[in-house]
Ligand binder design. Structure first.
Ligand SMILES: *Cc1c(COP(=O)(O)O)cnc(C)c1O
Length: 367
């Protein structure tokens, strides 16, 4: 079978194997939670929060966050058009309404001006997304949240290691959600983390995630709840990944530089951009086609796949899906319908990037 250069893929070393082996051998009975608690402690220290709890995934962390904030029927949650299904799903599943707004043309993250325009009497929360590891406009968003007394749940799922003014993604609002799904910058197979600095909210989230069991009264339920769990064995893998996270961020940034060097000056193409005072993890190096190259985006992807190069379309604007009413969000529509995620796995080599860029240029007829 022909080798395919994949869009994602982790870096696994002997450290991961060592921790997982240890968890399998020893992580039972009184040691059942050891790697879970070690991983949470280390993660909280790394991102700089007081409280962190592992969850089944980023989706579970987002769901739990909104549930702990009491979001439900009649409430509106403002989210960016360009994001993964998870954001609108959890809002809808709680009976609330997602309100989709446009993104910024450079970072592809939610536009604070559009947030303010979308606020109504029903608005309860803002859910900004660190899309592809790019930083949100955290100061402006928090200012708006304060002014209108709204909750902020940060979808930092693809952004372990992203910084805004030296502070970590996911640590500005009421809750932050992270994902360790297999394509993310650090992986556990599946898994996630919910973080907060608010003790009361943290306890509420833990209570709900324990099926709403009354604290101190075994098997007595006082609320409908959840069980978004992550296993001790997965946490062993994730802990090893976390110990190596800065090297992953450095590698992702290097991959982006390799692309930028080769595609950055092509007329009609733009790439991820990083605003001053932020650090993007460049989880996915991506290109946007800003002019007509005489070939459709999806046909470019098909041609690349024939060359053994796997790509992904940028996430569609959520409001385009049949469950919603399509919004007039021209920037999101342009980026989503003309954007391509390029191979960005952690084991990618410069020679492969060189090969990919040559093929792209050939398909676009720019050489
Ligand atoms: C990956 C991702 C998620 C979902 O995380 P899971 O762990 O797969 O549930 C949510 N939002 C964004 C922006 C993501 O990239």
């Amino acid at each position: 079978m022909k080798k395919i250069i994949r869009t994602a893929g982790p870096s696994i070393s002997n450290l991961e194997i060592k921790y997982v082996n240890d968890a399998v051998k020893t992580g039972w009975n009184d040691k059942s939670y050891d790697y879970m608690r070690r991983f949470e402690k280390k993660f909280a220290e790394y991102v700089g929060v007081k409280y962190a709890r592992v969850t089944s995934g980023g989706t579970g962390a987002l769901w739990l966050s909104l549930a702990a904030l009491g979001i439900g029927k009649g409430d509106e949650v403002i989210i960016p058009e360009i994001t993964y299904f998870a954001c609108s799903d959890v809002v809808k599943l709680l009976g609330a309404t997602p309100v989709f707004v446009d993104v910024l043309p450079d970072t592809w993250c939610i536009d604070p001006k559009q947030i303010e325009k979308a606020i109504t009497k029903k608005t309860k929360a803002i859910m900004p997304v660190y899309i592809y590891g790019n930083a949100i406009e955290a100061d402006e968003i928090m200012k708006i949240a304060k002014k209108y007394k709204l909750f902020v749940v940060e979808d930092a799922c693809p952004a372990v290691g992203t910084l805004y003014k030296k502070k970590h993604a996911g640590t500005f609002g009421d809750f932050g959600a992270f994902s360790f799904q297999g394509a993310k910058i650090m992986v556990a197979g599946f898994g996630g983390m919910i973080v907060t600095n608010n003790k009361k909210l943290f306890e509420k989230a833990l209570y709900l995630n324990n099926h709403g069991e009354e604290p101190g009264k075994k098997f007595w339920q006082t609320s409908i709840g959840y069980s978004f769990e992550m296993s001790n064995i997965s946490c062993a893998l994730a802990l090893a990944q976390l110990e190596r996270i800065e090297s992953f961020v450095a590698k992702k940034r290097k991959i982006f530089d390799w692309y930028k060097k080769r595609l950055g000056k092509v007329d009609g193409l733009s790439m991820n951009s990083e605003r001053p005072n932020t650090r993007s993890t460049f989880w996915m190096s991506s290109i946007i086609l800003n002019k007509n190259f005489g070939i459709k985006r999806d046909d470019i992807c098909k041609k690349l796949l024939k060359e053994g190069i796997d790509t992904r379309p940028i996430f569609y604007p959520s409001s385009m899906f049949p469950m919603y009413k399509e919004q007039n969000t021209p920037i999101s529509h342009h980026i989503a319908l003309n954007g391509i995620n390029l191979p960005s796995g952690l084991n990618l080599k410069e020679a492969e990037v060189d090969f990919i860029c040559k093929k792209i240029k050939k398909i676009l007829k720019v050489i």
